[in-house]
Ligand binder design. Sequence first.
Ligand SMILES: NC(=O)c1ccc[n+]([C@@H]2O[C@H](COP(=O)([O-])OP(=O)(O)OC[C@H]3O[C@@H](n4cnc5c(N)ncnc54)[C@H](O)[C@@H]3O)[C@@H](O)[C@H]2O)c1
Length: 359
Amino acid sequence: MNKIKVAVVGTGNICRSAHMPVYMSRDDVEVIACADIDLPKAQAFAEKFGIPAAYASVEELLANCKPDYVDVCTWPAAHAPVAIAAANAGCHVMCEKPVCHNLDDAIALKEAVEKNGVKFMLAVPLRYGKNAQHVRGLVDEGVLGEVYYGKTAYVRQRGIPGGWFSCSKYAGGGPIIDIGVHRIDLAWYMMGCPKPTSVLASAVYKIGDYREAPRVDPVTGKVSANNAWSGAQVADYKFDVEDSASGVFRFENGAQLIFETSWSFNGPENNSTQIAGDKAGITLEPLKIYKADGEKLVEENIEGDFDGDIFALEIDHFIDCIVNDKTPSSDIEQAVQLQMMLMGIYQSSKEGREVKFEY
Ligand SMILES: NC(=O)c1ccc[n+]([C@@H]2O[C@H](COP(=O)([O-])OP(=O)(O)OC[C@H]3O[C@@H](n4cnc5c(N)ncnc54)[C@H](O)[C@@H]3O)[C@@H](O)[C@H]2O)c1
């Protein structure tokens, strides 16, 4: 069997710690090249993982080799240029979240993907978890009835990643873009990806960069002001993103999704997602179903084997789509809709009104 040839672009943390271990564990994959604008970093990466070639740009990489797909792991502002170059070279594309740092780039990327007839998958690993897949299966079978409600949160009391993550020029935004995207996509996916029609939201810029004042855990005494995750440092760094955001999306089918996200918030941490229909509702953490049985209210654990590396499951899905000519779940159409939802949060907050999405 021919191996799937992969090129990785952006040899930073997510590529090293989450994607490469999956590629290294698969017999059907060969990472043939890597690239990073920091060439010594790409060269060290190539040496660490035994990758035969390292380049300083995607253009140079594509001039020298023809991967089956390019795995885009740069900061968000570079996602579209890198992904468009890959699509124009006839390569499939897997791209880290968020798809881009603005909506125009996402639309340009969609055009490039469609024009070149390549496959595109947005890397949103939570939806590929076995628990989320199981819930979506129950929704598709009609077990929940008409799903009209979702509530999702990715709230950190304190946890700003380092480097470019808090600089809008590179990231496009703060926690909305970094972590809110994971939970919003997860809930939207579990609800069946109804077409978004509007958002009413507020993004808050109050606490700012608190990192001079580390938080001491009252129980352990551990100092944990900074999230351990750090992106590359950038010379023109400026902290100019939101602390937190909350709001509500509405969908064409009448459903609504309430969300909260933060890197800095004076309240409890919250990582949770639930959806509800007219026959039953489900919480993901813990995985439980809630319904009425006649007069009786029932609350049951959903049992099963839901373990598994979400990055391995995500990559497995994309490779299956390439090998068996299927459309990825988080395809370019959904990636653009998700970007519209994220960007709508900022617009709604800025203009102080509900923003209707235009198609
Ligand atoms: N799925 C997840 O759970 C998860 C977690 C963290 C980060 N991410 C996403 O992964 C992406 C990368 O994040 P990270 O934490 O690895 O950041 P990082 O800073 O560690 O790595 C990004 C790398 O991209 C390189 N780069 C920037 N522009 C480039 C270009 N045009 N061509 C080639 N290389 C370029 C940088 O030099 C850097 O080495 C981001 O989109 C981020 O949102 C996803």
